[in-house]
Design a protein around this ligand. Structure first.
Ligand code: PEP
Ligand code: MN
Length: 351
């Protein structure tokens, strides 16, 4: 007899699964998410486990308790995160067949700067505009963003170009203002484990982009995602953005292996941010390409009309004329990966 967790996929009635567990002599404990049972745990023998695992809706059986059941992989498909419905723009799907590219400046600096970025992104077929209105900065003396004025600019300029807005929220007190203007709330690397922030963001009904801290294990990242899910977040996207390395040649060390290793564990969409990952403009396209080849659902990059005068992260910002190459390259590699799926999507294994 061993403890088993049956993960449930789809809209099945979990009572039939719990009833079968009871028939087999088990005592089912259910885990709910948004009023739906997503897992049933019980101690069963092997024959009963096999019987229950074949019931409709049971997508996976875990033999060890999983610490993040709400974000654990339930089935072969990636959970689609649809973005942008509320602004009247067409919805963009993160985690679907086509990779997404989120692009924009590190910080919203001016209407002219953001307008130039948005126009260039839209011209490439981009759908998602990023930009910080609240900037986490290492130095307390550095430019920390324009706050609500930056949020308004993001919304106004994104709407003009039919783009969705991705922007960071740093402080639980700003969550409502950010949610009012943004389509995706970003939790940055520095606040990945700020549990008050995770709770506040999770309680808002908006997609969340959760970045990995440079010192977090994948398990800690998935725990942070579970905090969001427990607080009510339905749509969570993970983002690898480099871990702390030893070589100052790069700002961080992009953990490309995190993509397949996360894939095995979770069916949440996975992005990579090569800009903060490498910190060197010339390396951003190659690492974006490597990320898509590793199976990422997309990338997030920083760009600027004049990186030399950027108020933050200029050295890693792509110039706007590099964007068409980025978009073309990401599409071409994603196409190649689909033709040879074992290259990047063979990593979906059991526990
Ligand atoms: C950002 O994407 O704006 C950012 C600050 O990145 P990170 O949290 O990964 O450092
Ligand atoms: Mn930045």
């Amino acid at each position: 007899m061993r403890s088993r967790t049956f993960l449930i996929d789809g809209q099945v009635d979990a009572r039939a699964i719990a009833a079968e567990v009871v028939r087999a002599g088990g005592d089912p404990k259910t885990l709910e998410e948004h009023g739906r049972v997503v897992a049933v745990t019980a101690t069963l023998d092997d024959a009963s486990t096999a019987r229950v695992s074949r019931l409709p809706g049971v997508s996976r059986v875990l033999s060890a308790p999983v610490a993040w059941p709400k974000v654990a992989r339930r089935g072969p498909a990636t959970r689609l995160v649809e973005v942008g419905a509320e602004v009247g723009a067409e919805r963009v799907a993160i985690g679907g067949d086509r990779p997404v590219i989120i692009a924009g400046p590190c910080a919203v600096e001016s209407a002219e700067q953001l307008e130039a970025c948005a126009r260039a992104i839209a011209a490439c077929g981009g759908r998602l505009l990023r930009g910080g209105a609240y900037k986490p900065r290492t130095s307390p003396y550095a430019f920390a963003g324009h706050g609500v004025a930056g949020l308004r600019l993001l919304r106004e300029i994104a709407d003009r170009h039919r783009l969705a807005v991705v922007t960071e929220v740093l402080d639980p007190r700003d969550v409502d203002a950010v949610a009012e203007h943004a389509d995706v709330l970003q939790i940055g690397a520095r606040t990945m484990s700020d549990f008050a922030l995770l709770r506040a963001v999770g309680a808002v009904d908006k997609p969340v982009l959760l970045k990995r801290s440079p010192s977090a294990t994948l398990d800690e990242l998935l725990h942070a995602a579970e905090h969001l899910a427990t607080a009510g977040a339905r749509d969570i996207v993970l983002c690898e953005r480099g871990v702390r390395g030893f070589d100052p040649a790069a700002r961080n060390l992009v953990d490309v292996a995190a993509v397949p290793l996360l894939r095995m564990r979770t069916d949440l969409p996975i992005l990579v941010d090569p800009s903060h990952g490498v910190g060197v403009r010339e390396a951003v396209l190659p690492i974006a390409a490597a990320s898509i080849a590793a199976g990422a659902d997309g990338v997030m990059v920083e760009c600027h009309p004049d990186p030399g005068v950027a108020r933050s992260d200029g050295p890693q910002a792509l110039t706007l004329d590099a964007l068409p190459r980025l978009f073309a390259q990401v599409d071409a590699i994603a196409f190649a990966v689909r033709l040879a799926p074992s290259a990047a999507s063979g990593a979906i294994a059991a526990e």
